[in-house]
Ligand binder design. Structure first.
Ligand code: GCB
Length: 661
């Protein structure tokens, strides 16, 4: 029962083929059902205080996801800084009008998780209020103004001057609402955002309970979660006000690069708000094409002779500018940097620009002391420096979408990213109604992620789930057949949705060790997590190595597609040593990683090895994690190298002349 492996994003595709892909994307994007979305979209909200905003149309696709941009025609105001903050454990704030003023506020920085700041908020995941007062510049009058929240983990409701303007679920993706009519021009505008991160079983990731699963769920954590990373809560990325021209504005841009001989061919699809039917231009480097909009949509294909292709070795970006025009007058403009590159799967290989590529790197987390899961630019710059230092070319955004700035930096610095939705802890031994709720959540988050990150050359793959379960973990018992069947239906739909939204990137799923083999057959690349020598075969690296080899060979024999080990690692306390190597020592981590890499290096179908984890990270409290930390980092939480980091630098940074894994 071999599932045919898919050939996608062929680097040899012609411009006409690329344009066809793009047209299909265009059609599909316009028919995306936003059934599970709670975003009010761009419709001006006119609700009364405390009443829910208008529901989006069923066809409403994620909008307002272009990164806010300042130029001659648009304005941006970043509202980062100190906000007022108050916990609302009794959930009385809305009835008492806290959206206008908080009764007993304290100060909090935005962006930041609240958990590491206040003792009484350490394990608090229930409702909390943020409030900020801002003068909107009078020069913005006459423009349409939107409020954009980069990441509110997990669910948020937003008020502007007492009016509920939007709400959103899913903790790591941006959402926006038009607030033109709610703003004040003669006084300060009051913005209030209520956020909670309740671990509910119907959410994604699911909370513990009959529907929750995952390796971590077995261990039991405080706070209770189905995963081991700490459930940091709050406004994790910037909140912005931005304005766009009132008459017509660029709402979305989709770029599809292709390679034709030595030329780059880029198809650019533009969506303009309000059924715009005018003209525009697209300029890529020195090449320009006209745009003629119909029903708010236009498309052009541009050819870049002898293109400089984007790659980790040469992450060259071309400047792209889209304008709307009225005669000679430019009425809106938006610019972004794009890379010309292709990603494809052919047989056992992963191809970048038609050449086989092997991924060296890590699973990561957005995690740092005090700021928690929030945007931390110093952390990102340091992490990218250290990734280069050890010779890594890639990482997985485990287990949720990372900050937009992290993606921009990856484009500029040449990192390859497996971009993942927060579908961790899914368990298919659930009633079908619960699975249907999870599917709606997963599809919504996938749509939002692809809308946000589709133009980043660094994103080379979409990952739709980490370690979904069809029975006990680590192969402790055979999978439950009904759960396997339920997951198969689920993941076929997830795969189709990803391909429908983006026909240019491979799609994958990450299997838990000993987990369901069938599901790997649905996807383009088989990703597996392996902890032989840690959770199984503890302390016995000879046995672990054999078990790993058997596992990888079986996956490859079954599906005949490229394989990546997306997690393998050992908890390692820095400064702990032993000879012969013992678990928890630095020697054991080095020896474990060396053996795993050797097993992979001997197998041509192995196209990537991602160590778990780049750095130690915060977890909930439980018997499995000393000091409420996962210590599998190759770097400590404050980014000091363990012995393994030096080992990897020697192996990967080319010091000993090795190539590949
Ligand atoms: C896994 C999970 C990851 C955990 C890791 C561990 O399989 O995917 O989120 O942190 O194991 O260290 O147990």
């Amino acid at each position: 029962m071999k599932h045919p492996s898919t050939q996608i994003g062929d680097p040899g595709q012609t411009a006409a083929q690329a344009a066809a892909v793009n047209r299909r994307d265009l059609l599909l994007a316009s028919t995306i059902a936003g059934a599970a979305s709670l975003v009010g979209g761009h419709a001006a909200a006119q609700t009364q205080p405390g009443t829910p905003p208008p529901q989006p149309t069923p066809q409403g696709e994620p909008s307002g996801l272009l990164y806010p941009q300042q130029n001659r025609l648009r304005n941006v105001m970043d509202l980062s800084g100190l906000w007022e903050f108050q916990l609302d454990p009794r959930e009385e704030g809305q009835a008492q009008g806290w959206f206008s003023a908080l009764p007993a506020p304290r100060q909090i920085p935005v962006p930041c998780s609240w958990n590491d700041l206040f003792d009484d908020a350490k394990n608090y995941l229930d409702l909390a209020w943020y409030l900020h007062r801002v003068w909107v510049p009078s020069g913005w009058q006459g423009q349409r103004v939107f409020l954009r929240v980069g990441s509110a983990n997990y669910a948020a409701r937003v008020w502007v001057n007492g009016t509920l303007v939007t709400e959103h679920q899913g903790g790591h993706l941006p959402f926006a609402a038009e607030v033109t009519r709610q703003l004040a021009w003669d006084r300060e505008t009051v913005i209030a955002i209520a956020v909670e991160n309740k671990q509910l079983v119907e959410r994604v990731p699911p909370g513990p309970g009959p529907g929750g699963g995952g390796v971590a769920g077995v261990a039991g954590w405080y706070p209770a979660t189905t995963y081991d990373f700490f459930p940091y809560a709050g406004l994790h990325r910037q909140v912005w006000l931005y304005s766009v021209p009132a008459a017509a504005h660029i709402d979305d841009i989709t770029t599809v690069p292709a390679i034709d001989g030595s030329d780059g061919v880029v198809t650019v699809k533009v969506a303009a708000a309000g059924g715009y039917a005018g003209t525009g231009k697209v300029r890529l480097d020195a090449i320009e094409a006209d745009l003629q909009f119909r029903s708010g949509v236009a498309e052009a294909t541009l050819r870049v002779p002898s293109a400089r292709l984007w790659s980790p070795q040469d992450p060259h970006l071309y400047p792209l500018t889209v304008t709307l025009t009225e005669g000679q007058r430019v009425t809106d403009a938006y610019s972004l940097d794009i890379g010309i590159r292709t990603v494809a799967v052919r047989g056992d290989q992963l191809l970048l620009n038609g050449q086989p590529i092997k991924l060296t790197g890590f699973g990561k987390h957005e995690d740092f002391p005090l700021s928690g899961r929030a945007l931390n630019l110093p952390m990102w710059i340091r992490d990218y420096e250290l990734l280069k230092w050890v010779g890594a070319n890639s990482y997985r955004a485990s287990h949720y979408p990372y900050a937009e700035e992290a993606m921009q930096l990856a484009d500029r610095m040449g990192f390859l990213v497996i971009n993942e939705i927060p579908a961790v802890g899914l368990n298919f031994e659930n009633p079908e109604e619960l699975t249907a709720q999870h599917l709606a959540q997963c599809q919504k988050q996938l749509r939002e992620l692809i809308a946000r990150d589709k133009n980043h050359p660094s994103t080379i793959m979409w990952c739709v789930s980490n370690e979904p379960m069809s029975g006990p973990p680590l192969g402790a018992a055979p999978p439950v057949p009904a759960a396997v069947a339920s997951g198969t239906r689920f993941f076929r739909q997830m795969y189709d949705e990803a391909r429908r939204l983006d026909g240019t990137r491979p799609v994958t799923l990450v299997r838990v060790q000993g987990g369901t083999m069938e599901w790997l057959g649905i996807f383009d690349v088989a990703c597996v997590n392996a902890y032989y020598g840690w959770y199984t075969e503890p302390g016995q690296l000879d046995l672990a190595q054999q078990a790993l080899a058997r596992d990888l060979d079986e996956v490859h024999r079954t599906w005949g597609k490229p394989v990546i080990v997306t997690e393998f690692g050992t908890d390692t306390l820095p400064g702990t040593h032993n000879q012969p190597p013992e678990m928890w020592t630095e020697e054991y981590q080095v020896e474990f990683i060396r053996r795993y890499l050797d097993v992979a290096a001997r197998r041509p179908f192995m196209v990537g090895m991602h160590i778990w984890n780049f750095a130690d990270f915060k977890t909930g409290q439980g018997t499995m994690r000393a000091g409420a930390m996962n210590h599998k980092g190759v770097f400590t939480r404050d980014r000091r190298p363990k012995m393994a980091a030096h080992f990897l630098r020697e192996r990967w940074a080319g010091k000993d002349g090795r190539k590949g894994l």
